[in-house]
Ligand binder design. Sequence first.
Ligand code: SF4
Length: 300
Amino acid sequence: MVKIILADKAGFCFGVKRAMSIAEETARNSYGKFVYTYGPLIHNPQAISQLKSIGVNPISNLDNVEPGKLIVRSHGLPPQIIDTAQKKGFEIIDATCPFVRRAQDLARMLLKEGYEVVVIGEADHPEVIGIAGYADGKAVIIEKEADIAKITKKKKIGIVTQTTQSMEAFKDLVAKILEIGKEIHIFNTICGATQERQTATLKLAENADIMLIIGSKNSANTTHLAQLSKKTGKPTYHIETAREINPDWLKGRNVIGISAGASTPRSVIEDVISHLEYMKAHASDPAGSRLLYKEEVFND
Ligand code: SF4
């Protein structure tokens, strides 16, 4: 009997659901007006296509477009960009996730209190760029151990982290910073949804023969889930859609574990599950004709 098991926390998180619903509501209430998001609202191409179909278009700069409503994505934006947009006549609709907002507020507070602000995360990730913006662009971004050398003021160090950071990497880097700092103020700003998805993925990987992690290749939290799953030693494949599944991966596997990042729509997860069922039902090898069933649990 082959099982397909979905992690008990997978797919859209609270912040993404909220941002999508703000964008949909804005589109409904903006007849005759342009509606934009600054960058993709969330890191998922299928969700972005759906938003485009209702008139919500991503832009990457404020020039050369007619002012309209500008939705601040769940990852947030540096305040400097928001100020510029307002001066150019854009109406700001803020869909920043409250957990990201907390990291931004803490970065601003730490700067005000005289700490050297450290943001642990990916330097080129929009959320990290946004958080650093709340420290007036003075934050030191630490992505890997070698970056710690960039911390110059060691007397007072204030640390926040990208909300989708893996706990393991956060703890490792904080431990290294502790070796050089005098006074260190640490805020764990990894969000609950990220932690829940990481825990659920690890738990599922223990019992699965193969793991499929669904989500955009540029989604930080999905990539971290795939990295964590790989570290367990289980064969792990990060896919964006069902089309990427290679039937060879499934040969001889009896338990197929599925997890998905916080920006992966439910429809994409369901499509992968249906596709797996179809593939197995139509496989020519004897294993392929065995009955499949799934345990689907979709949660916030
Ligand atoms: S992953 Fe966490 S911080 Fe990011 S949007 Fe979702 S709830 Fe908010």
